[in-house]
Design a protein around this ligand. Structure first.
Ligand SMILES: Cc1ncc(COP(=O)(O)O)c(C=O)c1O
Length: 479
């Protein structure tokens, strides 16, 4: 093999390019960036761990896993070793070419999930691309059907198609509406805020009847598929209640509709099992996975029932959609996950954290509900447990204060109603599944301390936070 030493740049130049940045450069970058940049410049993650340092040397315990993706922790050594090895051989090929990592990943993925999900298509964009692949595959297999059912407060991606599939970011997104004729929406079984105002113990899953109604009367063309997050992530960390997915599956089968799980967040141990399909014991017709799969590298996949027709060469391909380096990362990530039993670890740590949070709830009326499974935890904050009015400002303040105290949390997706921010009141606790117990305890200590602080906030402080949320929600709104 030929020398891999740099030929044009010096090693020092490369080092400086990647490890040094001035205040001026950062300020200038902010003027160029079309998207908002956070204040911290993240620089170095702990190999295989849950902590990350910024360029100032501040260390954070990351309870977001960087968009719930670093299930095996930051730059896991085995993943890095696989990536470096692969990079020595090949870094990019055109979509149709086979490579060794692609072959092995195609063979590996179906063995991880229940059902007959033996057909796979890979990408290097993530969940949105895989959801669109699922929609295309459903339309190929059910010609003439062009409508999909999706849930209220769903999130399926940021491409124009998946944005339309997702919940409407009311008052925040400025290009919603595109492609909406292809989607019919149904209420998600968000039991804490039941769409039918029923009690979980006695409801008989009556909300399933609404879904059936939308299938028959809510779509303006034949329905191809129903896309659902078995546990809603961005919408507020909401698991479907027991029996719901089995009911949906029966309904989809009866109506000839493909049941598509969006497991972008839940798969690869996040929910305490390898997938939510396994957790609930209900396999879909198609399943989308990404995030945790790549161990920090961009990989998405659609798995589909083996009897379904696949794509022809014109229907599914992108320039960078077959990246051998990212696929090598995924192969190593899967093995690390299995050998270190990360799904079990997630379940165990999740139970421990949830028990503490439930105990905290007994003492703090601000906590409306603690929910989730494994290290997929949501804590919904409310102004009053009876009215359940969202404590949006207190949740935002808690996230901000925690960051100042070395812990990164996040909240659910934004919404603005009549010029005021609303919802976005569920704190997500979703650290790498490799997080040490002491680190998780520390993160929960900070959560508790900050909860006590935001509980005391007065009207003026809440108004200041509200103004800040609005500024960030739509930063360059024209007058
Ligand atoms: C459930 C779900 N589906 C789809 C997506 C979109 O994935 P991506 O951003 O990789 O396109 C996300 C991203 O957060 C998600 O949480």
């Amino acid at each position: 093999m030929e020398s891999q030493q740099p030929r044009v740049l010096s090693q020092q130049e490369i080092l400086a390019m990647l490890t040094e940045v001035s205040e001026e450069e950062f300020a200038e970058a902010k003027t160029h960036s079309l998207t908002r940049l956070k204040h911290q410049i993240l620089f170095e993650g702990t190999p295989g761990g849950a902590t990350v340092r910024d360029t100032q040397g501040n260390e954070f315990i990351d309870c977001t896993s960087q968009a719930w993706s670093l299930n095996v922790g930051y730059n896991h050594p085995d993943v890095i070793a696989a990536v470096v090895e692969q990079m020595r051989h090949l870094t990019h090929v055109r979509y149709a070419y086979s490579t060794i990592p692609r072959i092995k990943l195609l063979n590996r993925l179906p063995k991880l999930f229940p059902g007959n999900l033996n057909k796979v298509v890979l990408n290097n964009q993530g969940g949105g691309s895989a959801i669109e692949a699922a929609m295309k595959l459903a339309m190929i297999n059910k010609p003439g059907a062009t409508v999909f059912l999706t849930a209220h407060r769903a999130y399926h991606g940021c491409s124009l198609g998946t944005y339309a599939a997702s919940h409407y970011f009311r008052g925040v997104a400025r290009f919603s509406g595109f492609g909406m004729e292809h989607f019919a929406k149904f209420p998600y079984p968000y039991c804490y805020r039941c769409p039918l105002k029923l009690e979980r113990q006695h409801c008989g899953l009556a909300c399933l009847e609404i879904v059936e109604d939308v299938i028959h009367h809510g779509a303006n063309a034949p329905v191809a598929g129903l896309i659902i997050e078995p546990m809603q992530g961005a919408g507020g960390q909401v698991p479907t209640p027991s029996g719901y997915l089995a009911g949906l599956k029966e309904m989809c089968q009866r109506n000839g509709i493909y049941l598509i799980y969006d497991e972008s967040q839940t798969a690869f141990g996040r929910c305490g099992a390898m997938s939510a399909a396994e957790y609930y014991g209900v396999a879909p017709d198609m399943m989308v996975v990404t995030k945790g799969l790549g161990g920090g590298f961009p990989v998405g996949a659609l798995l589909a029932r083996e009897d379904l027709l696949g794509f022809n060469a014109a229907e599914e391909h992108t320039t960078f959609g077959s990246n051998p380096v990212a696929f090598a990362a995924a192969l190593a990530t899967i093995e690390v996950m299995l050998r270190t039993k990360l799904p079990e670890r997630s379940r165990m740590l999740g139970e421990r954290a949830t028990a503490r949070l439930l105990h905290l709830q007994e003492e703090h009326a601000l906590i409306g509900e603690v929910r989730g499974s494994g290290l997929f935890i949501g804590v919904e904050l409310v102004e009053d447990p009876r009215t359940r009015a969202p404590a949006t400002e207190r949740a935002a303040a808690l996230v901000e204060l925690a960051m100042m105290n070395g812990v990164i949390f996040d909240v659910d997706m934004p919404e603005v109603e009549c010029g005021t921010p609303t919802c976005r009141n569920t704190i997500k606790i979703k650290p790498p599944l490799t997080i040490q117990e002491t680190q998780l305890d520390r993160a929960l200590d900070v959560f508790e301390e900050m909860l006590k602080q935001v509980e005391q906030m007065d009207a003026d402080s809440l108004a200041m936070v509200r103004a800040q949320i609005m500024k960030e929600a739509v930063p360059d709104r024209k007058p």
